[in-house]
Design a protein around this ligand. Structure first.
Ligand SMILES: C[S@@+](CC[C@H](N)C(=O)[O-])C[C@H]1O[C@@H](n2cnc3c(N)ncnc32)[C@H](O)[C@@H]1O
Ligand SMILES: [Zn+2]
Length: 337
């Protein structure tokens, strides 16, 4: 249980996720002043999931809980992920000044992506639906200024305009309706705030890439694409070997249902009066198994080639991921299509 004295410092940070009104501390609970919902926590992690989670979110939560350590190990043993984070995402994100800022990381997971941020921020709030992932992150990150909140990023327990910077490292595409989280980002971000993200792009295959470059005749293109689809399918056994943390998961696609392309993001952010800048990263020019290789030099070279091809052949729409930066559109320059 979290003690009464531990609750006091976060009383101006947390609100009821349903009513968005303040909470009062009573014994070892936080109580909504409007609907009287009670919130508790354990070992420094506040449980702020109000009400019942949807079936989709319960499944996300189950998978995230069960795959916590396996997923973390996968990230640190595949050079692709560390390279993308260190050579592309963090340099892009850190162009904004993080010093002394209040930061919210939505879908913070095990803290793999944003652990370096804590040292710069005045306060880093890690929000995730998975208690196991928050526990894992808390055990690894010893920084004093990090607060751990179990909650739903579509219905966050924070007051309006609370954060200077909001981060999402690969979390929005886990939602069945990412637009709800974007609305919530707009609510909790302050007037001059920044939203920084990296999200996967909708999938383009390496066959499509080469078809476009070499301009293959249409019938041949179709045949190769069909062949590719058959050859590409992982058997259950191969998938277990490649991504062992997915062993008990029915469908990887369902988990990533919210994957969108950059035009969707541009329109959605415009709808909420944000303007969006972005940088595409990585291309599927080779079978993905090569990108998953443990050979760092190979993967680094493939990323360099991707960078070159994106610029040379204007292939940004085929990128693997999009790094994004959204700010409020104060001059109203952007309009949703
Ligand atoms: C791909 S992981 C990314 C984790 C972390 N950002 C990182 O880079 O390692 C996606 C995370 O989103 C979380 N998540 C999924 N749905 C969520 C929701 N509705 N609210 C909050 N977190 C959610 C999962 O529990 C998981 O930790
Ligand atoms: Zn309430």
């Amino acid at each position: 249980m979290i003690s009464n004295s531990e609750y006091r410092p976060i009383l101006d940070l947390l609100v009821c996720p349903e009513c968005k009104v303040g909470l009062r501390a009573q014994e070892d609970k936080l109580i909504c002043s409007n609907c009287n919902s009670e919130f508790t926590g354990s070992n420094g992690i506040y449980n702020m999931i109000g009400g019942q989670l949807s079936r989709h979110d319960l499944e996300q939560q189950r998978v995230a809980d069960e795959t916590c350590a396996g997923y973390h190990k996968f990230l640190i043993t595949r050079p692709l992920y560390g390279l993308i984070r260190d050579k592309y995402v963090l340099p892009y994100w850190l162009k904004d000044n993080f010093d002394g800022k209040s930061i919210l990381d939505i879908g913070s997971g095990t803290g793999w992506s944003t652990c370096v941020i804590a040292a710069r921020a005045s306060m880093l709030v890690n929000l995730d639906i998975s208690l196991e992932r928050l526990r894992f992150a808390k055990a690894r990150l010893e920084a004093q200024n990090v607060i751990y909140v179990q909650g739903d990023m579509k219905k966050t327990p924070f007051p309006d305009k609370k954060f200077d910077i909001i981060l999402s490292y690969g979390s929005l595409h886990h939602l069945d309706n990412p637009e709800t989280a974007i609305a919530e980002i707009g609510r909790v971000m302050n007037k001059n705030g920044v939203f920084l993200a990296i999200e996967p792009n909708i999938k383009f295959t390496w066959v499509e890439f080469w078809n476009e470059i070499l301009h293959l005749p249409k019938p041949l293109e179709k045949r190769i694409t069909n062949l590719y689809k058959v050859a590409q399918k992982y058997t259950k056994k191969q998938l277990e070997k490649e991504q062992p943390y997915l062993k008990n998961i029915k469908s990887k696609e369902e988990l990533h249902e919210g994957t969108r392309d950059i035009d969707w993001y541009k329109n959605m952010f415009a709808k909420f009066s944000f303007k969006l800048e972005y940088q595409p990263v990585g291309l599927e020019m080779v079978p993905p198994r090569l990108l998953m290789s443990k050979n760092r030099i190979l993967v680094e070279s493939l990323l360099k080639c991707s960078e070159w091809c994106i610029n040379r052949f204007k292939k940004e729409k085929n990128a693997y991921f999009n790094i994004m930066r959204a700010t409020r559109d104060t001059d109203g320059a952007t309009t949703a299509k």
